[in-house]
Design a protein around this ligand. Structure first.
Ligand SMILES: Cc1cc2nc3c(=O)[nH]c(=O)nc-3n(C[C@H](O)[C@H](O)[C@H](O)COP(=O)(O)O)c2cc1C
Length: 389
């Protein structure tokens, strides 16, 4: 077993273990991938202020999210099809998150179903919903989440139509995978992945297949999404979800202050500043640069979280110091899962927690709640996304 000291180690292992179709799905952004790159590049542009001779004993990275204690303010973002990155992937990730003490978000487009994840965990998890055209199906999904004990819904508002990711189209991404000759040839080199996949019965979209009328096989993800996603989604409908659900609602995919205000009016308890990990509007600014204006708009009214490009505890610290209440990670835990299953997700969380703790100490702070702008050196114009850096 190689020594894993950073997320990049997990990514390297991941690339060796997981078939190309699913690797491409996880690593790609839309179109030219400019936004995907900038999510990372802009985090890298922020510098940290080193402070010395400060008592660094008795530190804690523990926090609260939506009124519940968490080991650190980092949640597992919804990632579709993770049951294809590793067999029973969503169950493994949810168990790792539970053991670590951070929230896990199950995607609508997961392989393991809501009920399956609930049966294999004890901590409540969050359920991500896309807005689908079929109201009855939406209400049933929310009801299933309630029965499963989910403690919040995460309503993703930046994917009512799907942007194009070139490689997914070229690979014919689907679950179960479409076995073209080149996909088969690639999978033949991924023996442990294949054996685990053969041993599980969970190989299709567990929340949908067999639950939505007429859907026996989700076939091509792209084609299916385009068929079922509701292009008419508006704020009235989002307020309706809050009413149907009745519990905490996190609105994910906010990049503009005005949209954050509207989310608050629609009943959101939190927003996630997110450009979907660079997978939707290519050309949008990085999420970290969109954060300050959104904090100014709604930071005193609700929790503001951030995702996009977080690969280390240093990245988490930068977001927290800018004022985010917490962060979500997407690819970082997906790499861990594909690399080493449940243990890999645990390792990803350990790595990030360790980095966050040490970096906080070297910044001269002992609590994540004490982090602030005073810990950062921001490039000129950083807070105004119209200024090129
Ligand atoms: C492979 C993959 C699948 C995703 N699927 C979903 C999804 O089903 N629902 C959703 O709301 N977001 C989805 N996202 C977006 C993530 O929730 C999150 O916004 C993004 O991954 C954050 O960026 P990061 O990967 O750089 O951490 C997905 C992201 C990836 C990489």
């Amino acid at each position: 077993m190689p020594l894993i000291t950073e997320i990049e180690d997990l990514r390297r292992l991941y690339r060796r273990r997981v078939p190309r179709m699913f690797r491409d799905y996880a690593e790609s952004g839309s179109y030219t991938e400019q936004t995907l790159r900038e999510n990372r590049a802009d985090l890298d542009r922020i510098r940290l202020r080193q402070r010395v001779a400060v008592d660094m004993s008795d530190r804690s990275i523990a926090a609260e999210v939506l009124g519940r204690p968490v080991a650190m303010p980092v949640a597992l973002a919804p990632v579709g099809m993770t049951g294809m990155q590793a067999a029973d992937g969503e169950i493994k990730a949810a168990r790792a998150a539970e053991a670590f003490g951070v929230p896990f978000t199950l995607a609508t487009m997961s392989i393991c179903s809501i009920e399956d994840v609930a049966a294999h965990t004890t901590a409540p998890f969050w359920f991500q919903v896309y807005t689908l055209k079929d109201d009855d199906f939406m209400r049933r999904l929310l009801e299933r989440a309630r029965v499963a004990g989910c403690s919040a819904i995460v309503v993703t508002v930046d994917l009512q139509i799907m942007a194009q990711r070139h490689r997914d189209l070229k690979n014919g991404l689907s679950a179960p995978p479409r076995l073209t000759l080149s996909a088969l040839a690639d999978m033949a080199t991924k023996i442990p992945w294949g054996l685990e996949m053969l041993a599980t019965r969970r190989r299709s979209f567990g929340n949908i297949v067999g639950h939505a009328a007429g859907v026996e096989d989700a076939s091509s993800l792209v084609e299916w999404n385009n068929r079922v996603l509701d292009p008419t989604l508006d704020w009235r409908r989002i307020a309706q979800f809050k009413q149907w659900w009745g519990g905490p609602m996190i609105v994910k995919g906010i990049m503009e202050p005005e949209d954050a205000r509207r989310a608050a009016e629609a009943g959101a308890d939190a927003v996630v500043v997110s450009n979907h990990g660079g997978r939707q509007l290519d050309g949008a600014p990085s999420s970290i640069r969109a954060l300050p204006a959104i904090l100014d708009a709604v930071g005193d009214r609700m929790e503001v979280h951030l995702d996009g490009g977080i690969r280390s505890g240093q990245d988490v610290l930068k977001a927290l110091a800018l004022g985010a209440h917490g962060t979500f990670i997407g690819r970082a835990w997906t790499y861990g899962l594909g690399a080493l299953g449940q243990g890999g997700v645990s390792r990803a969380l350990e790595v990030i927690a360790h980095e966050l703790d040490l970096t906080m100490a070297l910044c001269g702070e002992r609590r994540v709640q004490a982090l602030g702008r005073h810990n950062l050196i921001l490039p000129q114009g950083f807070e105004d996304p119209t200024v090129p850096l």
